[in-house]
Write a protein that binds this ligand. Structure first.
Ligand code: ATP
Ligand code: SF4
Ligand code: MG
Length: 323
């Protein structure tokens, strides 16, 4: 059983005037078919960088400094340009952050969808592609008459559905969704999430769902990777998230930051302090300047990954307490 996505010790840095920005640091993960894995972290923690890297669509100043990225067992970084072009969208696809505003304003929805089919399958007739476009609209619950519309004639929620439709047009095995609902209001957000769930159930995709919203991810995903300063400081089953203890201190902080709607008062507690500077990362555990549990070792040594009750946690607390 080959994982749909396999990340092995992946690190990515941007070359910037301020120095190397270490956006992703030594992350490993496997995602199998028919599973949704959430990727969560504060703004700037490296989520989009990782997503773009999987698609082999990093910015020009970014370098994969170490590790391998395999999709369906194939190393994405050792494919020829031509193979990669065929592989992208047909085997792996991505809903990019803010993608609904990136639809081509001068092309109709139909033209943009036909382009996906016709550019990947030279033998497909236009008639066949049009038929598929109608089916696709049906899957994302948009009236096919909107195929003749331009993006500005659609609401934000509909544009986002179109973007999702384009991502699944060729039935890829892996779909990366980068904050697919963030810009939308709560009601529209909910209907898009339900749609994603429904499509996933039918198509059995492996989905990497990127978000900064813990409550949303824990509802959708079976497993969650929590990213801090480019590292997966914890990878855990979502089901474990309703108990706040026995998690990484940063995870605990994020869990506390979820508004508790069941409580009498709705309280939202942010995590004090600022995200680290990725050019000059703090020594040892990168979380130590903000961690309420930090002790002498934290500043000196970086914690290794350790399995704690089925969770992969990078924190010295669990090493010392357990031994
Ligand atoms: P958000 O939640 O805001 O989308 P993110 O977790 O997706 O954040 P990334 O966009 O991956 O974060 O950025 C990770 C880090 O890399 C940030 O510190 C960002 O400033 C930096 N970065 C992103 N793109 C570039 C670039 N082209 N050149 C230099 N640094 C960059
Ligand atoms: Fe906090 Fe230390 Fe654990 Fe880092 S290693 S999370 S600083 S206790
Ligand atoms: Mg992002």
């Amino acid at each position: 059983n080959v994982p749909v996505l396999e990340l092995q010790n992946v690190s990515i840095a941007y070359d910037s005037s301020a120095g190397m920005v270490h956006a992703v640091n030594d992350v490993s993960l496997k995602i199998y078919e028919n599973t949704i894995v959430g990727l969560i972290g504060e703004s700037g923690s490296g989520k989009s960088t990782l997503g773009n890297a999987i698609m082999h669509l990093l910015k020009n100043n970014a370098v994969l400094t170490s590790g391998t990225i395999k999709v369906m067992g194939k190393d994405v970084y050792s494919m020829s340009k031509n193979d990669l072009r065929k592989f992208r969208w047909s085997q792996m696809s991505m809903v990019f952050q803010s993608a609904m505003n990136a639809l081509n304003p001068v092309l109709t929805i139909e033209e943009q969808i036909l382009d996906v089919y016709l550019s990947h399958d030279k033998r497909m007739s236009k008639k066949e592609a049009k038929k598929k476009a109608i089916e696709l609209m049906d899957i994302v619950s948009i009236d096919p008459r909107y195929l003749k519309s331009y993006p500005h004639e659609l609401s934000g929620g509909m544009r986002q559905r179109v973007v999702i439709a384009i991502a699944i047009a060729l039935d890829p095995k892996l779909v990366i969704m980068d904050e697919p609902t963030t810009a939308l209001d709560v009601v529209v957000q909910r209907s898009i999430l339900d749609k994603i769930k429904e499509i996933q159930r039918v198509k059995k995709y492996a989905i990497l769902f990127i978000s900064h919203d813990f409550s949303l991810v824990s509802e959708l995903a079976s497993k969650v990777a929590i990213m801090y300063a480019g590292r997966f400081i914890e990878v855990t089953d979502s089901s474990s998230l309703d108990q706040a203890d026995r998690h990484h201190p940063y995870t605990q902080g994020l869990l506390k930051a979820i508004p508790h709607l069941t409580a009498e008062d709705v309280t939202i507690e942010g995590i004090p302090g600022n995200p680290p500077n990725l050019v000059d990362l703090p020594s040892g555990c990168a979380y130590h300047p903000r961690c309420p549990h930090a002790f002498h070792l934290c500043k000196k040594e970086r914690p290794e990954i350790r399995e704690v009750e089925g969770r992969d946690i990078q924190c010295h607390l669990y090493e010392t307490v357990q031994n």
